[in-house]
Design a protein around this ligand. Structure first.
Ligand SMILES: NC(=O)c1ccc[n+]([C@@H]2O[C@H](COP(=O)([O-])OP(=O)(O)OC[C@H]3O[C@@H](n4cnc5c(N)ncnc54)[C@H](O)[C@@H]3O)[C@@H](O)[C@H]2O)c1
Length: 254
């Protein structure tokens, strides 16, 4: 087959759905990976195009491997991969957060990316190359009170991305990270509710007030950057961190 093939984890989340729509619209075959088949089926019906829906917990070695194998069995290769699945974990001070919560965030956000890289890179190398985009966060670039497991996990995936980029370069595999600021998805709603269950709207207003552009990103704005970085026009980009945050990392609004 001549059409290019993409694999996308966290496909039914806010950013994942926006990526899926763009990838299908660009004419690629898209392997959609997430936890719930009903949600995957619904997304595939909405996007149309050539999709393969797979349920997998990205933190599970066997399930992660099976996704890559199923994609290869169906399409023969994987040109682009988006390691985008993630969880925010609970809000709370370090001393009050159960270690099990820390472990689960690290399993999904770090081990999940590790396993994705470990299974995708040999397959891409055999096919002559490929491109991988990891979804980190501005939480991977700076600290944040009451969100330490998430912050640690998003810093860690930047380290993994850099190592994979160095290792993959000789096989023509590019690996990059996107670092979104606040994006209008379920995850930010959960973070707002975790910060102040009585008034999540006030939390959102306070976060927006601290962003130079004074708003959250639309998921499609993030998807547009992810798809650009994955594509051939970004052919000289590897090992890089791409921030998309309405100016948040530039500095605080006075
Ligand atoms: N929303 C934001 O403000 C924001 C900002 C920066 C980075 N991010 C990152 O973007 C990515 C996508 O987040 P989103 O905003 O779309 O959130 P979301 O909650 O809407 O989507 C996350 C998706 O990941 C899936 N998922 C969770 N655990 C999984 C597992 N173990 N195996 C497979 N799939 C799993 C969920 O089912 C969900 O569909 C995440 O990695 C997140 O950390 C989000």
């Amino acid at each position: 087959m001549t059409k290019k093939v993409a694999l996308l984890t966290g496909a039914t989340g806010g950013i994942g759905q926006a990526c899926a729509r763009r990838l299908v619209a660009s004419g690629m075959a898209v392997v959609l990976v997430d936890l719930d088949m009903a949600r995957l089926d619904k997304l595939a019906r909405e996007t149309g195009g050539d999709t393969l829906c797979l349920t997998a917990d990205v933190a599970d070695e066997q399930q992660s491997s099976s996704c890559v194998q199923a994609a290869l069995a169906r399409y023969g290769r994987i040109d682009q991969a988006f390691l985008n699945a993630g969880i925010e974990g609970p809000a709370g001070l370090i001393g009050q957060t159960p270690v099990e919560a820390f472990d689960r965030v690290m399993q999904v956000n770090v081990r999940g990316v590790w396993l994705g890289l470990a299974h995708l890179m040999p397959a891409m190398a055999s096919a002559g190359g490929g491109s991988i985009v990891v979804t980190s966060s501005i939480a991977g670039l700076r600290g944040s009170a009451r969100l330490a497991p998430y912050v640690a996990s998003k810093h860690a995936v930047i380290g993994l991305m850099k190592c994979a980029a160095i290792e993959g370069a000789a096989q023509h595999i590019r690996v990059n990270a996107v670092c979104p600021g606040a994006v209008d998805t379920r995850m930010m709603e959960a973070i707002e509710a975790g910060a102040n269950p009585a008034s999540p709207g006030a939390v959102r207003a306070a976060i927006e007030a601290g962003i130079p552009q004074q708003r959250y990103a639309d998921p499609d704005e993030v998807a547009a950057m992810m798809c650009f970085i994955a594509g051939s026009e970004a052919g000289y980009c590897t090992g890089s961190v791409f921030t998309i945050d309405g100016g948040a990392m530039a500095g605080a609004v006075r």
